[in-house]
Write a protein that binds this ligand. Sequence first.
Ligand code: NAG
Ligand code: NAG
Ligand code: NAG
Length: 388
Amino acid sequence: MKTVLCFCTVSFIFISSVNFGETIKWLSLQHSHLHWNLTSLNNNPGRGIRSGVRSPCTIARRRYGFERIQAKLCRNSMETMPHVQSAAILAAETCREVFKNRRWNCSSIVTAPFLSADLTRATREQAYVYAISSATLTYTMARACSSGSLYHCTCASKPNIPSNEQFQWGGCGDNVKWGAQFAKRFIDNVEKYALENRKNKRSDAIGSREEDEVLKNEVAAVNLHNNKVGRKVMADSLRTQCKCHGVSGSCNIKTCWKALPPMSEIGHKLLKKYTNAVELSRTMVERSITERLVKKLKNRDARSQSLIYISKSPDYCTKDDKLGSFGTVGRQCNVTSSGPESCRQLCCGRGYRTVVDEKIERCQCKFYNCCYVKCKICRTMTQIHECL
Ligand SMILES: *[C@@H]1O[C@H](CO)[C@@H](O)[C@H](O)[C@H]1NC(C)=O
Ligand SMILES: *[C@@H]1O[C@H](CO)[C@@H](O)[C@H](O)[C@H]1NC(C)=O
Ligand SMILES: *[C@@H]1O[C@H](CO)[C@@H](O)[C@H](O)[C@H]1NC(C)=O
């Protein structure tokens, strides 16, 4: 049997080896009210010692989980930061929307920069969160470029496909290339920097601490792979949009460009990858990190594009802080559906209680004369089902 040397398949394992970074801490920006503006940059070069007012980057470092490298990037290109913040909000919204009906419903990213165990042990859920985070950052930056709000980038360059009589490349394409580069710098570089640090410290790691660090390295390798999958999904989702020109609505000439779909579409694409995520054994990840062992994988292309995880997830039915499970007690379920939101699945067989929710509303409103409205009061009763 031939050993296949393949960069695509296990390249995730090569990129990063030794280190650990919880590189989704910046998602905590979803709660921040920081003002990123150049005024504050000018007033507060570096750490803002002179003016006594802290730069937003320093605050982000202290409170919002920015690593040193991210704070530096923040200082050097503060104009990008409002978009990083939008990315944090959009990533959280998309994740919650996609998972809202499930036992694990993405609520745990609310506590960033403090992360519960579901997002630190390289679980399937963590794979999703890392992928959606790097995808969203790519997305917001690509859009920021094409909307002209960044100094350092503009529209995407024209695709390599030649245009013809039917259409010309024009307009302004979303700059996914720049977006992906930024996401890599902002997220992945943290891991790489930590790697350098850890190389130097490696010799004094002993005993159980060493075991800890080994796990951390593996988690980091997995995170980096999943980040890449997120960026790739984004790049693969570009689609051609066109605009017609010509006399009276005829479409003699078309101008086309590549644009990104709405983020929810990406969220659902990644949900498919979540469902089909591949479990790798720790041994395999670790061996690949340390020995750079190349393994033949059955379906290498498929696997290189898959989300990967190393720790099995709990069923998220009962509360277990150690595993990062909040349990489903009190969750609203649907008695008639058969999906993940059904009472049977969501309540894990514990059953549910029915609560009657009474709403009093103004209804059947009518206009009288010109200027006044008269309504009736209506009561509506709805039944709500909650998991026991
Ligand atoms: C810049 O941020 C400060 C708060 O740090 C805010 O008061 C000010 O209005 C902002 N300036 C602009 C131009 O947005
Ligand atoms: C998500 O799940 C948690 C824990 O089960 C629950 O407290 C929360 O209300 C849920 N959120 C939504 C929007 O259903
Ligand atoms: C419950 O599920 C059914 C079937 O999928 C759906 O038609 C209905 O709107 C759902 N009810 C609620 C309250 O979401």
